[in-house]
Design a binder for this molecule. Structure first.
Ligand code: M6R
Length: 609
């Protein structure tokens, strides 16, 4: 993870780099730093923690320059400290670099450089790159970077400047995103689109193996062997307003409230409930192929993995396809049976998660048809997969994922219905009914959000508890996992999600009057079963927070802490039942004074293994 930004042009480069880094803080915020070339000398400033610490510690006027690179770090090798913060230099301080990724053979490279007399200043894997570039430098920075990359194994997005060539930034990409922003008499570099949107909408997405020489007026791209690469400039249509808080206290709250719109945007033009038709134009699988699919594998991490677990029910119930869901970091290191009759779906908000990307590539190499469900246009996964189905959620800035989860569920629900239609194994009436359920979701969420005060009151009552249990069954079991993940990642309270029927096999021992138990008990085919689990908790003195269907007249017998959600079919219910859980974790974190949008130790995009 980590974010990098670079600028070359007429303006004050440090201002632009700091501004870009703030937009990339979601990628990590253990430490940050900038480097400029001013009056023929390199100036480097680094600081621990968020970008505002760096900004407060530097004199921007003193650092005024026309070229700069900067970095915000999420530590992998070496603790978060000033010494380990990027940028890193060679021993003569003539080359300086910023890096996102992991250099897998850094230990070998480091020890041979040490034998040659090189002194290391940090514990990072990155520093070897700076020393290697210096070693290969013969008045040609681009060439020195090419030679260095021949020795490096691992992933990188790299930005390099050299005091002896102050008119260029050299950058390179391998398995970590990197974008070159195109301006007029100025050019930019960044890990991700939001960093550059205030300056340009014209961007080149570098591909694996690309090395670019960026001057104020020109971008030249070649590979390690100097073969020129012609990359298209893409115009980004997003609006910058989407990445502002718009009056909300935190991005997380804004993103929770955006969900009626993001879900609607995701299904707009893709479903026609009156006609009983879902039509996902982007996924151009032939009828023959669809009928021939033996299995669907879904691979993902974190929240996206939970949406995969939900979607399994769609593929099995609608499309009648046997479906397995795997954590991407597990999938890639076992020996999954893969062939051309298996459809592999990678789900990822960012489209950059290293493990998911590797799982996707593995599937592709084994001949599977691959589909990426992503939110970020032009992301690595969207380019790697055979097909891409975009959720249209706009930038998700808060580290804790909310609107991406519901967008993914909407997208996969439609896809499964489209496959069911094309397999001709689902009646038109059923299609109409299920599509209508999705169609009605935005209005239902909107209505629910009007009573968020109730969720706040419950959060206030329980915010100081040390542990929470979340229970769900069937399609709402992954929602229990997701509710627990949300709570632990932003409020640091230990929370476990469990399949309610499994409670009696262990977790029931945890239940005391001090342990709130959040139970998703909406009307469904397992309603009676989960109510029995509620009784089991109550019998042991546990306190229930119940997520119930609006029309459930008996819910109030289960206690005082009830959150009603609009009635819906159980197959669409996760998209609604997760909303109170998102809000509950948000309010608990706010009450506890946690840094909601930037939880400790985390980063938004996990682009390292
Ligand atoms: O960008 P991705 O969807 O691939 O990210 C996967 C996970 O890193 C992500 O969902 C993570 O678990 C979130 N912090 C959860 O809120």
């Amino acid at each position: 993870m980590c974010g990098i930004v670079g600028y070359i042009g007429e303006k004050n480069a440090v201002d632009i780099v700091l501004d870009g880094l703030k937009k990339l803080e979601y990628r990590g915020y253990d430490s940050s730093g900038v480097a400029v070339i001013k009056d023929g000398r390199l100036q480097i400033r680094r600081s621990i923690g968020k970008i505002k610490n760096l900004e407060e510690s530097i004199d921007k006027n003193y650092l005024k320059a026309n070229i700069s690179i900067g970095h915000t770090r999420w530590a992998t090798h070496g603790k978060p400290s000033k010494e380990n913060a990027h940028p890193h230099t060679d021993s003569t301080k003539s080359i300086v670099i910023v890096h996102n990724g992991i250099i897998e053979n850094y230990a070998e490279l480091k020890s041979s450089l040490k034998e040659e007399g090189v002194e290391f200043k940090s514990e990072t894997d990155t520093e070897v790159i700076a020393h290697l570039i210096k070693k290969h430098y013969k008045n040609n920075l681009f060439f020195a970077v090419q030679e260095t990359l021949k020795e490096i194994i691992g992933s990188y997005a790299l930005g390099v400047i050299c005091k002896d060539e102050p008119n260029k930034i050299v950058c390179a990409r391998q398995d970590a995103s990197l974008i070159v922003g195109i301006g007029k008499g100025e050019n930019f570099l960044a890990s991700d689109i939001p960093a550059l949107l205030s300056y340009t909408r014209d961007m080149i997405f570098l591909e694996n193996g690309d090395i670019a020489e960026v001057t104020a007026n020109r971008v030249r791209i070649a590979d390690i062997e100097n073969n020129i690469k012609d990359r298209k400039v893409k115009n980004i249509k997003w609006d910058c307003v989407q990445i502002k808080k718009e009056g909300f206290k935190h991005f997380m709250l804004k993103e929770i409230y955006e969900q009626p719109r993001t879900i609607e945007d995701t299904f707009r033009g893709r479903i026609y409930p009156d006609e009983g038709r879902a039509y996902i134009e982007e996924v151009k699988l032939s009828k023959e192929y669809i009928k021939n699919i033996s299995n669907v594998y879904i691979v993902a991490c974190g929240t996206s993995y939970h949406s995969g677990l939900v979607s399994k029910f769609f593929f099995e119930n609608f499309a009648k396809m046997h479906t397995e869901v795997d954590i991407a970091s597990e999938f890639r290191y076992r020996e999954p049976i893969l062939n051309d009759r298996i459809l592999v779906i990678a789900i990822s908000q960012s489209g950059e998660t290293a493990d998911t990307l590797a799982a996707l590539s593995l599937a592709k190499s084994k001949g599977c048809i691959t589909l990426a469900v992503c939110n970020i246009i032009g992301s690595s996964m969207s380019r790697e997969a055979d097909y891409v189905l975009y959720t249209r959620c706009g930038p998700e800035i808060c580290v804790a994922s909310t609107k991406a989860f519901t967008g993914q569920i909407a997208a996969l629900y439609m896809l499964a219905l489209d496959l069911a239609r094309r397999k001709e194994n689902f009646s038109k009436e059923d299609l109409k009914r299920y599509l209508k359920e999705l169609w009605e979701v935005p209005a239902k969420i909107e209505n629910f959000l009007k009573q968020s005060e109730n969720v706040y009151k419950i959060a206030k009552k329980f915010a100081h508890k040390r542990g929470f249990l979340y229970l769900g069954r069937n399609i709402n079991y992954p929602v229990a996992l997701e509710g627990a993940l949300k709570l632990k990642e932003i409020s640091y309270i230990h929370a476990e999600g469990y399949a309610a029927g499994e409670m009696k096999h262990g977790p029931i021992a945890l239940i005391t009057d001090n342990m709130p138990v959040v139970v998703i008990a909406i009307k469904s085919r397992v309603y009676k079963k989960i109510i029995s689990n509620v009784e089991e908790v109550k019998a042991r003195g546990g306190t229930i927070i119940l997520i119930a269907s609006e029309s459930d007249k008996t819910a109030s017998d289960k206690g005082d802490n009830i959150i009603y959600i609009p009635d819906c079919d159980e197959l669409i219910s996760p998209i609604l039942s997760v909303i109170p859980l998102q809000l509950l974790s948000y309010y608990v974190a706010v009450i506890l004074g946690c840094d909601v949008d930037h939880p400790r130790n985390l980063a938004k995009s996990v682009t390292v293994e």
